[in-house]
Design a protein around this ligand. Structure first.
Ligand code: C2E
Ligand code: MG
Ligand code: MG
Length: 680
């Protein structure tokens, strides 16, 4: 505070606070006027104010000057008084520095908050519920989400911005959230003018009001969850669908079939069809995976075309499809299967190449065959198996016998394992005759199972089960060792032919096993002939060829067995130089009557000579057949006429007989030794 003279503007008295604030000494004050504590630009205004008394009885803002030259803001209040008998003015001065700083901070904070709210990646809005939900805050993110900029929304209600339906929905939400004590979240799709509807998730709640007052404002936080929901939907679809064909996958099917079987009744039955593309693996391997994929997609399309709206078409994996049909009439499943086989009969276009495929179908009905999904699936599987067994490209309905057959096979598997442990397998040897000398070329080893109760069992009855279960590998190894050990005892010109199934062929250790057996038995590899069927070359061709070449390099001879019955592609003959072609006995059987068979028999000689392979005809049963094959120029023959498969002792008697020592007594006189020559 100070008092000054309005005429001279000189200070008359200054209090301590003023002295401290401005920093002038008492002496200085004695010489100064009130103009001196102001920067020059303010002095004129001061003179004017004093003259007109505008700073009297009124607050005024000024910039003042301290002794150290620093300016600062003040608020002054003037009052006319009398001082020492003369008119004077009392000035009360308040330093505004701190107040201003505080105020500046408030506005800074305000703009900081505004900026935060505007830059939040989520939409934030506040509605005044006392004014019909008028928007009093609406940040930029909100504008982006709903497609209306903040300036168009602020000061308006939903009605002015959104459709009547949308407005009604928002109003209902607002009222619910406003009444509730907690935050409530809503999610809905909002249509936008740009035709890109967005999915909006909004949490709404009433802003707490000061003590004792009812709430007035509604706070909303909105997020655009369109992409999130899209990804979720895609993931859910992905988890339940097959990406190649777009069909429901196994997971989807498994869930659905349980529900459908539970609902199926005698009045509304369903059919489950399992569909398997025949020889798909071959197409995949030989034509490439892209062709395989294209084929599966086209099969899926054909299935979909035949199915009706309420049917389920699913891909279970690989080349397996499943269909659940509503049996609108008793024959629907059969009709569908017929149509499907027909539909698949037209060729597929695999990248410009026409390919013919077939499929096998197994059908089971609910509740007819099963009222439980697991049982129904097993039944359809058994029916599919039966369809494949009966030559593929066909369908089979489930029958109880199939289950009995499956149980029998299961039992057989257990027994096979025991048979191996109990040494119940035996080898029979069937003579192979060369037609140039009519002498023995060697023997084919054929496995037999001497079952303790059922007697001698032929390979037909157990080889396929052994192949399915992998038991063929240890059984095959036993056959190999036994046959080589036996043949090693025979005269060196006699060969031994051993059958190898495709399953053994795939077994990684095959080569090592063969080498070690040859080693331990001392059999010359040149005397060993391995018989494989064309199926070995049906899949994993490169790997199979590699193994065949390795075997051939060892000096082992390779024969194609059952020639003419396998997959009808002759191209593999070019990729590997087979040593022998064994014409299947089915062609020999009809040779007398059927000129077609004779044509094939003749053609095979032609093919074999082109590849420099030995020809052998299997299954010679009559002298007439033998004469015909001789006339056609076959190198070797094999069949009941020339000798049935026989136990080792009998085979060795025959060897002795051919060697001219062929009587029992001779054999007794000169046992084994007489026939033993160098193994190699
Ligand atoms: P395969 O290799 O074609 O063997 C010839 C089959 O034809 C033998 O049947 C033989 O007994 C029979 N056979 C021979 N001559 C005649 C004939 O004049 N008329 C008739 N009707 N049949 C004749 P088997 O011994 O029952 O063997 C059947 C098949 O089982 C064999 O066909 C072969 O594929 C497989 N097999 C046999 N032993 C083994 C083995 O040790 N391992 C593997 N993997 N398969 C084997
Ligand atoms: Mg054979
Ligand atoms: Mg054969």
């Amino acid at each position: 505070m100070w008092v000054y003279d309005p005429d001279t503007l000189r200070f008359l008295i200054v209090n301590d606070a003023a002295r401290d604030l401005y920093g002038y000494s008492d002496d200085a004050y004695g010489r100064m006027t009130v103009l001196d504590i102001r920067p020059k630009k303010e002095r004129e205004r001061m003179r004017d104010a004093v003259q007109h008394r505008t700073d009297v009885e009124k607050e005024q803002r000024w910039t003042h000057l301290k002794a150290n030259g620093q300016t600062f803001e003040v608020l002054t209040y003037g009052r006319e008084i009398r001082f020492e008998g003369r008119p004077a003015i009392l000035a009360i001065v308040q330093d505004r520095t701190e107040v201003n700083a505080a105020r500046r901070q408030v506005t800074d904070t305000q703009s900081l908050l505004d900026s935060i709210v505007d830059n939040l990646p989520v939409g934030v809005f506040v509605k005044d519920m006392e004014r019909d939900g008028l928007y009093i805050l609406f940040n930029e993110a909100c504008g982006v989400i709903v497609g209306h900029p903040a300036k168009d929304v602020l000061g308006k209600t939903d009605r002015a911005i959104f459709s009547p339906e949308q407005t009604a929905l928002f109003r209902a939400q607002d009222e619910r959230a406003f009444k509730s004590a907690s935050t409530i979240s809503f999610e809905e799709t909002i249509e936008r003018e740009d035709d890109f509807p967005r999915i909006l998730r909004t949490a709404k709640r009433a802003l707490p009001a000061p003590e004792g007052q009812p709430p007035r404002y509604l706070l909303g936080i909105s997020q655009d969850v369109t992409e999130e929901r899209d990804v979720e939907a895609k993931l859910a679809h992905l988890a339940m669908h097959d990406s190649l064909t777009g069909l429901p996958n196994r997971a989807f099917f498994s869930e659905s079939i349980v529900r459908q079987v539970a609902r199926a009744t005698a009045a509304e039955p369903i059919a489950l069809l399992y569909i398997d593309v025949d020889h798909f693996k071959h197409i995949n391997d030989s034509k490439g995976h892209a062709a395989g994929d294209a084929l599966l997609r086209q099969v899926a399309q054909r299935l979909l075309r035949l199915a009706e709206k309420n049917d389920l078409v699913a891909r279970l994996g690989g080349d397996e499809f499943a269909l659940v049909l509503k049996m609108t009439d008793a024959d629907r499943a059969q009709r569908f299967a017929d149509l499907l086989l027909l539909s698949l009969a037209s060729p597929f276009d695999l990248d410009g190449v026409r390919e013919h495929v077939t499929c096998s179908i197994g059908i089971a009905l609910a509740p007819d065959h099963a009222d439980d999904a697991d049982v129904l699936m097993r039944d359809a599987d058994l029916a599919l198996y039966a369809a494949k067994e009966s030559g593929r490209s066909t369908y089979r309905f489930y029958q109880t016998e199939m289950r009995l057959e499956a149980e029998r096979r299961h039992q057989l598997t257990i027994e096979l394992r025991e048979a191996l442990q109990n040494d119940e397998f035996e080898l029979y040897y069937q003579p192979i005759i060369r037609l140039d000398t009519d002498g023995l070329s060697g023997f084919e080893a054929l496995v037999r199972w001497r079952h303790p109760e059922r007697g001698l069992i032929l390979p037909m009855e157990f080889i396929s089960v052994a192949e399915e279960t992998g038991m063929i590998v240890p059984i095959g190894e036993w056959v190999f060792r036994e046959a080589c050990r036996t043949a090693a005892q025979w005269p060196g010109h006699l060969k031994i032919a051993i059958n190898l199934s495709v399953y053994q062929f795939r077994h990684a250790n095959l080569l090592a096993t063969i080498v070690s057996v040859l080693d331990e038995t001392g059999l010359c590899p040149g005397r060993l002939e391995i018989e494989i069927t064309e199926s070995v070359l049906l899949s994993e061709v490169a790997q199979s060829l590699c193994l065949l070449r390795a075997l051939k390099e060892l000096g082992i001879r390779i024969a194609i067995d059952d020639f003419g019955t396998g997959y009808s592609s002759l191209s593999y003959l070019r990729s590997f130089a087979f040593d022998k072609i064994k014409l299947d006995r089915s062609f020999v059987a009809g040779i007398e009557a059927d000129p077609g068979n004779l044509a094939i028999v003749r053609a095979v000689v032609g093919i074999a000579s082109g590849f420099n392979a030995v020809t052998l005809a299997e299954g010679i049963e009559t002298a007439e057949q033998l004469a015909k094959l001789r006339a056609e120029g076959y190198d070797e023959v094999q069949g009941y006429l020339l000798g049935r498969p026989m136990p080792r002792a009998e085979a060795e008697t025959r060897i002795l007989r051919e060697a001219g020592i062929g009587t029992m007594s001779a054999k007794q006189k000169a046992p084994r030794k007489a026939i033993r020559r160098h193994a190699c």
